[in-house]
Design a protein around this ligand. Structure first.
Ligand SMILES: [Zn+2]
Length: 273
């Protein structure tokens, strides 16, 4: 997620997105000379490419490969819907991006031993972040599988996802959505998670795990007045500017990333109580 550097990245992305949606775009093919809408080539060139080749959009969300980035771009410049209403779930082609009841009760993960001396701290922060959502809904269960820590990569099919270290200036941590293919299904964590001011590591990973459950950034909702991303989501609760999924720097109502009652309510709305 975010850092002071990411704030700049996110702000830049938000501006780019605002330019997209503020323009009259007649086709997904994008730009003509009368709008500020970048062509796909311009958009792709401006998008950060991560260590694993994934494109990073909306600050901390991975998109795998050129084909998926093109689809993301086309959704961004496509016709707008008009959502009216804390927590919002990602949608893919209008369908909720969520786990099955069986899968959400068994969200297995490993924590790479490559975290070295910080390994146990990451395990603890993951447990804290997972515990936020698990306390909200008895249907949600993140299951730590320490036996897989020594081979904890996206290629490990014993677990649903891996938690791995990364060294980047682009974000603090990065996550995925339920619809993300296995080969890109990891949570990447930079060392800056330990020096992120008022943001507790457990809350930062709680935010990332919110993405893994299907939840989008709360600030993409029109009520935030800024940082719009796209309209491919469905509201689960009334808007909450203090949601753990709302960047504080996007007109957020809270300086930290504390978990809110609305987040719990949204999780129950999607997965049951
Ligand atoms: Zn995020």
């Amino acid at each position: 997620m975010l850092s002071s550097r990411i704030h700049k990245i996110s702000a830049g992305a938000a501006c780019l997105v605002a330019a997209f949606t503020g323009a009259t775009v007649s086709s997904a093919a994008g730009a003509d000379s009368t709008t500020d809408v970048p062509t796909y080539q311009e958009f792709r060139a401006a998008t950060y490419v991560d260590v694993d080749g994934a494109y990073v959009v909306n600050g901390d969300e991975a998109v795998s490969g050129n084909g998926e980035l093109k689809k993301f771009y086309e959704r961004l410049v496509g016709p707008e819907s008009t959502p009216t209403e804390g927590l919002v779930v990602n949608t893919v082609n209008g369908v909720d991006d969520r786990w099955s009841a069986a899968q959400v009760a068994n969200l297995t993960y490993c924590v790479s031993t490559k975290f070295g001396t910080r390994h146990d701290d990451i395990v603890a922060a993951m447990s804290a972040g997972a515990g936020l959502w698990e306390a909200a809904s008895s249907k949600i269960d993140f299951v730590y599988v320490p036996a897989q820590d020594g081979k904890c990569t996206t290629r490990n099919n014993t677990v649903l996802f891996s938690v791995e270290p990364v060294a980047t200036t682009q974000y603090i941590a990065r996550a995925f959505f339920p619809s993300t293919p296995k080969r890109q299904r990891n949570v990447l964590v930079d060392d800056s998670i330990w020096t992120s001011g008022t943001w507790e590591p457990g809350d930062i990973l709680g935010h990332e795990l919110g993405h893994t459950l299907g939840f989008r950034h709360e600030h993409t909702r029109p009520e935030s007045g800024t940082c719009f991303e796209d309209n491919n989501w469905r509201p689960l609760t009334p808007y909450d500017s203090s949601s753990i999924m709302h960047y504080p720097q996007c007109n957020g109502g809270s300086a930290d990333l504390a978990f809110q009652a609305s987040d719990a309510e949204g999780a129950r709305a999607l997965y049951g109580s």
